[in-house]
Design a protein around this ligand. Sequence first.
Ligand SMILES: [Ca+2]
Ligand SMILES: [Ca+2]
Ligand SMILES: [Ca+2]
Length: 205
Amino acid sequence: MGNKGSKDFASIAANSRLDEKDLKELLKTFQKIAGSDGLLDKAELKAVIEKKYGGIDPTFSNILFNLFDRNNDKTVNFSEFCLAYGYLVNRSLDDVIDVSFRCLDLNNDGFISRSEMRAVVMMNKKMEKYVKVYNRETPIDKIQLLPIEVSKINQEADELFDLLDKNNDKQVSKDEFLQLVNTDAEIKRRLTSMLVKDESVDFFK
Ligand SMILES: [Ca+2]
Ligand SMILES: [Ca+2]
Ligand SMILES: [Ca+2]
């Protein structure tokens, strides 16, 4: 993956708010999972998820991949990897809102749809159940939700979606998202805590 001099490390450290010692550890991890081309693709990320959670939840792997692939070129380089990792470790990063939007826009078309919002809230609930109810012993793709849970989740997602979709055109644009999330601390808290659980931090270990 090229020569990572200490200058590169310093700039990655500054951008990701990780220290250089963290970065050296992360580089080892990254090299292991990204393979010889030094780039992490979606299949490689899925393999990591599968190993950790015993299964794949497609929404979860899409969210994570969007979180990592900042420039949307379908691969994750080491610098992107560190940025996302820094984001997971330190929730107060300035780009938290931007990243939240990217994570919710599962198909990357620049808008959040109602079904994307539902899928993300659903995934979040599944993850919660996986950790709290099943104690991580059941593969994540085997976690079942009761019909009553599903309808509650959809209701919760729809409420949030309707708040965000100010002009009622059935999609949430980036502008709508920024307007509300920047002015409403409670919505900001809900969205950002929903997308990335502390759970994900030890992900690659
Ligand atoms: Ca990329
Ligand atoms: Ca979308
Ligand atoms: Ca709209």
